[in-house]
Design a protein around this ligand. Structure first.
Ligand code: 5GP
Ligand code: ZN
Length: 114
């Protein structure tokens, strides 16, 4: 599996740095964001290092589907009745960590319309 030496999320995948992981399977981990912007805010992260959604191709189709389908399952496990997903892509898209991840957040009040 491809890893990137300087990537913080690769280090979370390999447990070289700690995170509040609550899901792990062969291809994907989920852990709570260190700077949550909602009462519940977690990240779905493929174990394979892929820099961003813009770096995905047809070989990632099943992985992307799996990650999206995990979002409602894990959100429900954490007690969310609704949630928002967000994928920041590229610097202009607000991405800061260049290892593909899907944000899932919710809890508390209804989220503002976007
Ligand atoms: P981006 O802006 O790239 O879409 O989001 C990166 C997210 O990763 C941010 O919400 C940030 O708080 C989170 N994050 C960055 N470093 C760490 C870390 O070491 N541990 C955890 N749990 N979250 C992190
Ligand atoms: Zn990585």
């Amino acid at each position: 599996m491809s890893m990137s030496a300087d990537c913080i999320f690769c280090k979370i995948v390999t447990n070289d740095i700690p995170a509040r992981k609550f899901h792990e399977d062969e291809e994907v981990i989920a852990f709570h964001d260190i700077r949550p912007i909602a009462p519940v805010h977690f990240l779905l992260v493929p174990k394979e290092h892929v820099a961003s959604l813009a770096d995905c191709d047809a070989t990632h189709q099943a992985l992307l589907g799996k990650i999206l389908l995990l979002a409602p399952r894990l959100a429900s496990q954490l007690g969310l009745k609704g949630f928002r997903t967000m994928i920041n892509t590229g610097r202009e898209g607000g991405q800061e960590v260049f290892h593909l991840h899907v944000h899932v957040f919710g809890g508390g009040d209804t989220l503002p319309k976007v």
